[in-house]
Design a protein around this ligand. Structure first.
Ligand code: AMP
Length: 428
């Protein structure tokens, strides 16, 4: 069928998730709800666009995200941005609805979300312009246990998804006391090297020297391997916090490596930062990342409340998930209507089976038997139900298990039970 109209394609960096794939997404979403609820997290849904200022303030005006990746537009007299990440919106909602009133020492607010994010990046495998994240935020807990417990939660989600080929990388980026000291040391070290570095690094060195570790230029990265690390400048409270997080992860038997170059791409992190990478993803191998952001709630107009969170890329999780159990459930049964009388009777039968909760496929017009059987296979139907004039008169129908090829007879009341128990021996 060739039409005369214009043809369109999904925009660069965006893609359709077709029915064949969507079963894996459902499974990912179900596992997320299930595992996160076990840890006391509750879902929050915030708008897809927010005031541009919210992201500029929180993510940081010198980050790649804010400098060049936001989808920002003018709406009336407001500058609006499609959310590039969802920590700032969740914190905005937390402050706006004064959720801090419900927290108490030792009992933080635990929130999570799932949904699309938007960044105008150069698309490549595992990197899109509209992508999806699962994320969680703990608001109101400064304890290292909050860090370790939240990491454990996402670690067990990965386990539930069959993602075993993974590595947890951990670091600390210090706080407002020790990070400035480190920044100075790094700036001194960078000064003689800068002429040989890329333009982005030259700019970063002035605006926000720690960002040089985001550099993707191979020669610069090589040089940066020699740079001083924050570990050497940590203040005592930050060092104690990091040691406690590590001890707890050890006690939980969660393996990790300390990566002193890990700084993460957003400005609001303090102390603990972490990432999980997976093999089989190519260059974009980060499945998820997060950390502690103790200053952010206050920065966004709330009380001085500490926070910890992470975000995971759903496309990347889907790429490495064990797909076996994620197949989209097809129809339970496809009605094969035989002749005009059969087709007419099949319409009513399909309606009553659907009302009982079965997934029933039926052609919208009379079709030859062969075509109907082929379609059953395409739809992944588990059973074919044969409905003709004789079957309707006798009230007995042939039901064929399409995986084993075994066929047996059932009456109308027996169809549901036969299908839900897999048909073993029913109604023979
Ligand atoms: P970030 O919010 O940058 O810390 O990213 C957290 C996770 O989201 C990453 O580890 C990726 O799995 C995923 N992610 C970030 N940006 C993209 C993108 N452009 N396309 C697909 N996934 C992404």
């Amino acid at each position: 069928m060739r039409g005369m109209g214009a043809r369109y394609q999904a925009l660069r960096g965006t893609r359709d998730i077709l029915p064949e794939e969507v079963g894996v997404w459902h499974r990912l979403e179900a596992a997320t709800h299930e595992v996160f609820a076990r840890y006391g997290f509750r879902e929050v849904r915030t708008p897809i666009f927010e005031a541009t200022e919210l992201f500029a303030r929180s993510v940081g005006s010198s980050t790649d995200i804010v400098r060049k990746e936001m989808y920002t537009f003018q709406s009336g007299d407001e500058s609006v941005t499609l959310r590039p990440e969802n920590t700032a919106p969740v914190v905005r909602a937390f402050v706006e609805h004064a959720l801090h009133r419900t927290i108490a020492a030792g009992y933080p607010e635990r929130l999570y979300y799932l949904g699309p994010m938007f960044r105008h990046e150069r698309p490549q495998k595992g990197r899109q312009r509209q992508f999806h994240q699962i994320g969680a935020e703990v608001l109101g807990a400064a304890e290292p246990l909050a860090d370790a417990e939240t990491i454990e939660m996402v670690w067990s989600l990965l386990g539930a998804l069959g993602i075993d080929d993974r590595e947890l990388q951990l670091n600390t980026v210090g706080d407002a006391v020790c990070r400035p000291r480190y920044r100075e040391a790094l700036t001194r070290w960078l000064a003689p090297k800068l002429p040989a570095m890329c333009d982005d690094c030259k700019r970063r060195a002035v605006e926000n020297p720690l960002r040089v570790f985001d550099c993707k230029v191979e020669a610069d990265r090589k040089m940066l391997e020699e740079a001083p690390t924050l570990a050497q400048s940590l203040c005592d409270p930050c060092a104690a916090h990091f040691a406690a997080v590590r001890q707890t992860l050890d006690a939980f038997a969660i393996p990790y490596v300390v990566d002193e170059r890990l700084v993460r791409g957003l400005d609001y992190y303090q102390r603990t930062v972490f990432e999980v990478v997976a093999r089989g993803l190519g260059a974009q191998n980060a499945l998820l990342g997060g950390g502690r952001y103790d200053g952010l709630v206050e920065e966004l107009g709330g009380p001085a409340i500490p926070g910890f969170g992470f975000a995971a890329g759903m496309e990347r999780l889907v790429l490495v998930m064990n797909k076996a159990a994620g197949d989209a459930r097809g129809s339970d049964l496809l009605i094969v209507a035989l002749g005009e009388a059969g087709f007419k009777g099949a319409i009513g039968l399909a309606r009553s089976l659907r009302a009982k909760g079965l997934r029933v496929a039926l052609p919208l017009t009379e079709r030859p038997l062969g075509a109907q059987m082929k379609r059953a296979e395409r739809l992944g139907a588990r059973f074919a139900l044969f409905v003709g004039a004789n079957e309707l008169a006798a009230g007995r129908f042939g039901l064929k298990d399409l995986s084993s090829g075994v066929q047996f007879e059932v009456d109308e009341a027996g169809i549901g039970p036969a299908v839900t128990t897999g048909g073993n021996g029913h109604g023979r």
